[in-house]
Design a binder for this molecule. Structure first.
Ligand SMILES: [Zn+2]
Length: 112
């Protein structure tokens, strides 16, 4: 038989509150039953990696340095568990495309 955590009175299992002092019964057990995923703000989301954003901006304005920043960002995210892995990966791929495009342009400019 459960007892009240406040006044130690004997309680019936179906009671939600202690009828003697009004203390909620089994409140702790209830909150533990809630899965971590829907427990509000128990574990704040990790911050977005700032380098991943820089890399994506570079990739948007055009420039192969995006792939350098993307690689550094991915390494940081793996180490720190920050968010932004997808952003860093997209920026890296775009950076490679810019690199290829730049090399093709340079090649055609100097060969012709
Ligand atoms: Zn009580």
């Amino acid at each position: 038989m459960p007892t009240c955590s406040n006044c130690s009175a004997a309680l019936r299992a179906e009671w939600k509150f202690c009828i003697y002092c009004g203390t909620p019964v089994g409140a702790e057990a209830d909150s533990e039953a809630i899965p971590a995923a829907i427990r509000p703000e128990s574990e704040p989301r990790p911050p977005l990696n700032p380098l991943a954003i820089v890399a994506l901006l570079l990739a948007c304005v055009g420039g192969f340095p995006a792939l350098i920043f993307g690689h550094i960002a991915m390494r940081q995210i793996k180490r720190t568990g920050e968010r932004g892995m997808v952003i860093a990966r997209v920026a890296t791929v775009l950076g490679y495309l810019w690199l290829v495009a730049t090399l093709v342009l340079l090649y055609s400019a100097f060969s012709g």
